[in-house]
Design a protein around this ligand. Structure first.
Ligand SMILES: Nc1ncnc2c1ncn2[C@@H]1O[C@H](COP(=O)(O)OP(=O)(O)OP(=O)(O)O)[C@@H](O)[C@H]1O
Length: 324
């Protein structure tokens, strides 16, 4: 019975063995990805990793060579019409008509989706002024254009938003507003699937992330889960009166590395439970003037999954193992 219930639960996105070949190039290889309803999911990977190809298959712009993609419970290739009006897309490259105003663009988008939406409400929602919305978009800054495209994506209150670099062109204030907006949409139950190269932004905004590398989904987890899996869980920074070069802290099991900068020792742990032991040993050798604890950033985790080396700790052996 339990199995049946689980099978029926609808994910916003579910791919199974999704694969795309271009001749000899395998752009996407056997990807099993699940994005739940109402979740903010960051889709990451270096250039050429297979992100756009995956998104193109979700949107039925491309056909998979093998495997399936399901969006909002419908097969992306067999039932694209059932999906189209329930998703909002902010594409990486987009064309706006310079001679139309933002309001006219939105009226057009509302008509095209046959939606019942108020352009003024959408304009407010993305932080454009009503006055600017009546100007021709030819004179818009990149950030204003980005807000307009997002407003178009929100037409019809989609159940899934697919956003390609949503913070692109926005100033720091705009980036924060975009994050709040995305969170607000997720709180309404909308799933948000977004790709970005600004990893600090992804870390701040996402519930979970997926990392693509060479066509494979090499990680799918919360940022915290990735820290645990890679063993890059934490670092201790000890400011000291004298650097105790005679100490071999790496001989303590659970210490994965030690470096020295500006009279400070930076100690990485595969077992954070060993922090007290390290502090005790350093304290016995020199005066500790300050202690700080830091967690590995998403950027460091991203590096460990995509630079072609093993992450510092235990690396998941198969995509199945990294599912949260
Ligand atoms: N139409 C195509 N024909 C041939 N090869 C392609 C085609 N589209 C993509 N590829 C190849 O597939 C691989 C994945 O490309 P893709 O555009 O999906 O990567 P990406 O992760 O989106 O990269 P970026 O961050 O640079 O946009 C690359 O090796 C690319 O050269």
């Amino acid at each position: 019975m339990w199995v049946a219930c689980e099978t029926l639960s609808m994910a916003a996105i579910r791919t199974q063995s999704l694969t795309k070949r271009f001749g000899d190039v395998v752009a996407v290889r056997d990807v099993n990805l699940t994005v739940e309803e109402g979740e903010i999911f960051g889709f990451l990977g270096p250039n050429g990793a297979g992100k756009s190809t995956t998104i193109n298959m979700l949107l039925d712009f491309m056909r998979p060579s093998e495997g399936t993609a399901e969006v909002l419970g419908h097969d992306a290739q067999k039932e694209p019409r059932a999906i189209r009006n329930r998703i909002g897309i902010l594409p990486g490259g987009y064309d706006l008509y310079d001679r139309l105003t933002a309001r006219e663009h939105l009226e057009f988008a509302i008509d095209a989706k046959n939606a019942d939406a108020d352009p003024s409400e959408l304009i407010d929602r993305v932080g454009l002024s009503q006055e600017d919305a009546d100007r021709k978009v030819g004179g818009y800054s990149k950030g204003m254009a980005q807000r307009l495209v997002l407003a178009s994506a929100l037409v019809g209150d989609p159940d899934l938003l697919i956003l390609d670099e949503p913070s692109s062109g926005l100033d720091p204030h705009g980036i924060r507003e975009m994050r709040e907006l995305i969170r607000g949409e997720a709180d309404r139950g909308t799933a948000v699937f977004f790709s970005s190269h600004i990893l600090s932004e992804v870390e701040a905004a996402c519930d979970r992330v997926g990392i693509m590398n060479n066509g494979r989904l090499v990680a799918e987890n919360t940022v915290e889960g990735l820290r645990e899996l890679t063993g890059a869980s934490s670092q201790l920074i000890l400011k000291v009166g004298r650097v105790p070069t005679e100490l071999d802290l790496t001989s303590i099991e659970g210490v994965s590395g030690v470096s020295v900068d500006d009279s400070a020792l930076r100690v990485s742990f595969s077992d954070p439970g060993k922090k007290a032991q390290v502090v005790k040993r350093v304290d016995a050798a020199t005066r500790i003037t300050d202690i700080k604890s830091e967690q590995a950033s998403l950027e460091e985790l991203f590096d460990s999954y995509t630079r072609g080396e093993e992450p510092t700790g235990r690396k998941p052996e198969s995509p199945a193992e990294v599912s949260a």
